[in-house]
Write a protein that binds this ligand. Structure first.
Ligand code: DGP
Length: 115
């Protein structure tokens, strides 16, 4: 279920343009508008929920499949050298878009620090 006012739901619906790299019936992967690494994707489920505590069991399984998909597609995504995934949740982590999303960073040697 998508949310009328959510930025990422609008991107999924095609109402706001994005650089899509993959889409199936459950997930949508696109380039972050403000990349923090040479390659920076955002992976979103097509279901709208703000963060992990609001996920259903089924959505949790979909999220697992999404993470597996990134691994399976790592070569075509340019991530064969490795990658980092992060999910910002809540104010302390500076979550700015309240539709759960997985940041995928790579395409270069990343710093050892997580933040
Ligand atoms: P976070 O801070 O974890 O909520 O990450 C939100 C990310 O969304 C941030 O890295 C920038 C990205 N972003 C915000 N607006 C847009 C947009 O309109 N298009 C795209 N592609 N990315 C966006």
């Amino acid at each position: 279920m998508l949310d009328q006012d959510c930025l990422f739901c609008k991107i999924i619906r095609g109402e706001i343009p994005s650089s899509k790299v993959y889409e199936d019936e459950e997930i949508y992967i696109f380039r972050d508008i403000s990349p923090q690494a040479k390659i920076h994707y955002l992976v979103v489920l097509k279901d709208h929920f703000a963060e992990a505590s609001l996920m259903s069991e089924e959505q949790a399984e979909t999220l697992g499949r999404a993470i597996r998909k990134i691994g399976l597609m790592k070569s075509e995504l340019g991530l064969e050298g490795g990658y980092r995934i992060a999910v910002n949740t809540g104010d302390d982590a500076c979550q700015s878009v309240h539709h759960l999303h997985v940041h995928v960073l790579g395409g270069e040697k990343l710093g050892e620090s997580m933040c």
